[in-house]
Write a protein that binds this ligand. Structure first.
Ligand code: SF4
Length: 302
């Protein structure tokens, strides 16, 4: 069969579903390539992860066009044999020199702004995939690495790969000193990403526990704003992170339908907090994002 692939979001990050599709079809003896509107295919797979990416409206000449990914349908699933395929074909993304790995899918939580539980269910271990033969480091995309009941095995498995690791989903709310020790044992590339999304939960002590083994400058903390939080709560989280030496990354809330637009305040806060030299050297009140406008105005309006 002739198989065409479309990565609707662009090629900035390898799309695991498409790599599994490519690997599985090649193993069946099929020809796989990026789809070209001038050729005929037996099947074209279009994958769209993000709701905010514009759709590809090209008409492809194919007997079957299969659209999948959260950007099309949160419940969409790969056919079982492809989903279970553990040899993703990294050759379709030769520009990316890293591996993607999952040790679990799903999550223990059901945060109101997140689709993971709806899409993947409660946390469950999964078998790790083969690594990119040309990979120089591993991006671990578990939603909640340490909530996996098999996290010690996963940590040992990662350690045995002897490659630098980037973690995307470390839940500081369940962080223990033992977990922090495991993190510290690995060769980390870039920062560990944690999140302080809900201002109602004070994470100060948890972050301090993490800091017993992980240096503050190795941690980036996502801070969700614009989802039921006040300016005081936003600034409290940011000032706490600053006092602990942890780098914040402010993310204005985006709804699933991508209809909500961030307010000017949210854009200004993100502009200040996400530029480390600004964040470290001045208070938000003194930040001037535009000529004649100081962010102090947001605070005096409270
Ligand atoms: S902890 Fe993270 S992955 Fe889990 S539901 Fe909340 S936001 Fe989603």
């Amino acid at each position: 069969m002739q198989i065409g692939l479309i990565d609707v979001d662009g090629h900035n990050f390898p799309n695991i579903a498409l790599m599994k599709i490519a690997g599985w079809h090649k193993a069946q003896g099929d020809d796989v390539e990026w789809a070209n509107a001038f050729f005929h295919y037996d099947k074209v797979y279009m994958s769209k992860i993000f709701t905010f990416s514009p759709d590809d409206l090209t008409t492809y000449d194919a007997d079957e066009v299969i659209r999948g990914g959260t950007g099309y349908d949160v419940k969409s699933q790969l056919p079982e044999p492809i989903d279970k395929w553990l040899k993703p074909d990294y050759s379709i993304y030769p520009q990316h020199h890293f591996s993607i790995q999952f040790y679990s899918r799903g999550c223990i939580r059901h945060c109101p702004f997140c689709l993971v539980r709806d899409k993947e269910g409660y946390i469950h271990p999964v078998e790790p995939m083969e690594l990119n033969p040309k990979g120089e480091w591993i991006e671990v995309l578990d939603n909640n690495f340490f909530a996996n009941p098999e996290w010690r095995w996963a940590s040992d498995h990662l350690f045995a790969q002897k490659q630098p690791v980037i973690f995307h989903g470390v839940d500081v709310r369940i962080m223990t000193e033992e977990m922090a020790w495991h993190l510290n044992r690995l060769k980390l590339k870039g920062n560990i990403h944690i999140a302080w999304d809900l201002p109602q939960i004070d994470l100060t002590e948890r972050i301090k526990a993490m800091l017993t083994h992980v240096k503050a400058h190795k941690i980036t903390c996502y801070v969700l704003i614009g989802f039921n939080s006040t300016i005081e709560q936003d600034l409290h989280r940011l000032r706490t992170l600053k006092s602990l030496g942890v780098t914040p990354f402010v993310q204005p809330y985006r709804d699933f339908e991508n209809e909500r637009k961030p307010t000017q305040y949210e854009l200004d806060l993100a502009r200040w907090a996400n530029r480390l030299p600004l964040f470290k050297t001045m208070d938000f009140a003194d930040f001037m994002p535009r000529k004649g406008f100081k962010c102090r105005k947001y605070l005096t309006a409270l």
